[in-house]
Design a protein around this ligand. Sequence first.
Ligand code: SAH
Length: 359
Amino acid sequence: MTLEQIEELLASWSEPKFRAGQVYRQLYVNLARRPEYMTDLSKDLRSKLLEETRMETLRFDKVLTCDKDMTKKALFHLPDGNPGECVLMVYKDRATVCVSSQSGCPMACAFCATGKLGFLCDLTPGQMIEQVLWAERELRGMGRKVGTGAQPTQKNRFPRLLSNIVFMGMGEPFNNYDQWWEAVERLHDPDGFNMGARGFTVSTVGLIPGIDRLADAPYAINLAVSLHAPNDELRFDMMPVNKRYPIADLIDSVRSYTGKTGRRVSFEYILLQEKNDTPELARQLAGLLTNPDGSHLLCHVNLIPWNHVPGTPLERSQRARVDIFQKELSNAGIPCTVRIERGTEIGAACGQLAGANAG
Ligand code: SAH
């Protein structure tokens, strides 16, 4: 719930207004899991909350870990039984949670495990937020292993440890735009979870109306676009969405986004052996990201060696081919990195989220 919704609820119980702020802080700052832990509230209010409200809707079934516990994947179910997953990645100086915005996905990309499930349902803002709160609780439980630098102060006994929230889990966030944005707004609220705009990244398959809406949002979060191929023929073969939103229109919309926001966009490009990883295609990609006057689109290319998805005939590019591809892009002046891999052993890497019952 938003602060306003809690205020409304408590007003209907004739509670003073400031109580709503207390409940709100308990939820998003202290991360209380149950009303009985909200010890700054009266006993009556705590039991009323217990009777009348529900604080969690996701059922977390299992947590898989690897990388010496620095990567954790949670498998959960929604109340209607549909599956979901989220992944926490802890690094030396930051911690990132990868959040699902839908159960399954309607986009049907040929290389993606979630795409194989088809669309099951949209997640609500609360269900996206619950994944983030799960990650933050995990981090708080890990103690000194987390190097994000946040220390409890007298004013704030519960500093936020999570540094990044990426909407790169199951689903297409722009296919569930309103609920997704509601989750961002709530997590962004300085009086609540207080994640800064720069801490968010949303990844899209390339839904142009979503990119256009985000360009007009009140604050700029990071945008990643799954490109994966530099020409329509190849991209359509990999991503059905390309029929509706072909590459030229997509690049135009990204250009207008960078113009409006001044923010660098990152393009994701998975590398599939002998499919989209030739030096010729790297040069085509560089050309695509170069403006007619020779300047470059304000962007960065993130190369992702493809992670295995059972039941596909695809193969990940060999390292030497990845290096050559990267060199071609760099030579053309396009900033470009290879994504660090996390969680492949537990099916938690990019494109491997297939829900609790699969894989
Ligand atoms: N629907 C959004 C969010 C998913 S993000 C989008 O398409 O961007 C997940 C990222 O992982 C996307 O860039 C997606 O294309 C990529 N991906 C999908 N399957 C993959 C795989 N098997 N290996 C590596 N990356 C994959």
